[in-house]
Design a protein around this ligand. Structure first.
Ligand SMILES: [Zn+2]
Length: 396
């Protein structure tokens, strides 16, 4: 009979042996992995017979490493900015113009890429806010009130006037579509508008368009602007939808308008958007329909987008260049932006005397010489990026 003590001892030693064996196996595996990695880094012509023998003995490791390398390179390619050759661009523009003219219901999805010419950095381009934050670089604050509608904004507004475009769905919070004279009913600002604050206590919501960025005190999950509703005296909030939030405000988000437009659309043109966020909204892509019954997709973006494989045409060019050519080809004049005609001045509600000191942002002025305040960092710009961390979804 073996005593319990002896049995325990045997079990203990067996356990220790297993741990030791596992440890040894791990060390061997790490050593061979390192060796394979070193050999794979050598140019093929410099690999010795011994190297080749090692590789032949670790086929699985070699395959796994090469797969990882291919994945890394594909990832890198997706971030690269590509420009189509002029001849190729010309051909593509002709196809795009035909699509614009033949469309029964044309919707434009716009992203940060259409505002870069207005000195607003995009999110995911090589120098974008997102890319900078992800790589630990500081984000420089730009005075957004200096930004004016770009050539692309003005072309879109004109195409709407010409009844060639029916609706615009934008991810931008810079308010530049509105300022280009595109009417509110034709616009869905899915992530809000930095010039609008609302009282959600009033029914319907009471909206106040301002001549300054209302987001200086707001950030992710903190939306109170510090001012109170003129009607009910409750606190007002901004309209910005940060990464990780779900926008529920009826206006200026206008999800209803966006969903209806997508339903009616036979052509969708995506301008300057990585589509990484927009792709998550199935109603914008009619995903409930068979692929051949979905609207035709035309994408203008310098970088890869997750919708490229579904696109009828992908154009690698700057939005302003493409829009200029589209207008030229159709003989439509591009209106220039006129600050005096900027609709924001007629839409805006003046601050009451007691609210005058409630913000420090530069005020938009018709003669472009608005009073200058201290430019604070904060608000929607740069903030609200998830900074590499995943956040719980929360209703904004
Ligand atoms: Zn109110």
């Amino acid at each position: 009979m073996i005593s319990t003590d002896v049995l325990n001892r045997i079990n203990e030693e067996a356990g220790l042996n297993t741990v030791w064996l596992l440890f040894e196996a791990c060390v061997k595996l790490t050593e061979s992995t390192l060796q394979v990695s070193r050999i794979l880094k050598k140019p093929e012509e410099l690999r010795t017979k011994e190297d080749l023998a090692v590789l032949a003995g670790c086929v699985d490791t070699v395959q796994a490493m090469e797969k990882r390398k291919q994945k890394r390179e594909a990832q890198k390619r997706k971030l690269e900015e590509v420009l189509d050759e002029p001849d190729e661009l010309k051909k593509k523009i002709k196809l795009l113009v035909t699509a614009v003219q033949e469309a029964r219901y044309l919707v434009i999805y716009s992203g940060a890429g259409i505002s870069t010419a207005a000195s607003i950095p995009d999110y995911r381009g090589p120098n974008g806010v997102w890319t900078s934050l992800q790589s630990g670089r500081a984000v420089s604050a730009t005075d957004l009130s200096e930004a004016e509608p770009t050539l692309t904004h003005m072309c879109i507004a004109q195409l709407y006037k010409e009844k060639l475009v029916q609706h615009v769905v934008s991810q931008n919070c810079d308010g530049l579509h509105l300022r280009s004279s595109l009417p509110r009913k034709a616009l869905s600002e899915l992530h809000g508008n930095m010039y609008i604050e609302v009282c959600t206590y009033c029914t319907p919501n009471q909206e106040y368009v301002r001549l300054f960025d209302v987001t200086e005190r707001t950030s992710l999950h903190r939306h109170s602007t510090g001012r109170r509703c003129h009607k009910c005296a409750n606190e007002m909030r901004d309209t910005i939808v940060h990464f990780g939030e779900k926008g529920t405000l009826e206006q200026p988000l206008n999800w209803k308008g966006a969903a209806e437009a997508a339903k009616k659309a036979d052509v969708i043109i995506c301008l300057g958007s990585s589509l990484k966020v927009l792709k998550k909204y199935p109603c914008l892509w009619c995903m409930n329909r068979a692929p051949h019954k979905r609207p035709k997709l035309y994408i203008v973006n310098l970088q890869w987008t997750p919708k490229d494989d579904f696109a009828t045409l992908k154009i690698h060019a700057k939005c302003d260049d493409v829009m200029k050519l589209i207008m030229e080809e159709q003989g439509i004049e591009i209106p220039s932006y006129d600050r005096f005609k900027d609709p924001i001045f007629s839409l805006a509600t003046q601050l009451r005397p007691d609210e005058e000191g409630s913000h420090t942002r530069k005020i938009l002025a018709k003669d472009n010489s608005g009073s200058v305040g201290t430019i604070l960092s904060g608000g929607w710009y740069g903030k609200g990026c998830a900074k590499g961390r995943r956040r719980k979804k929360i209703t904004a």
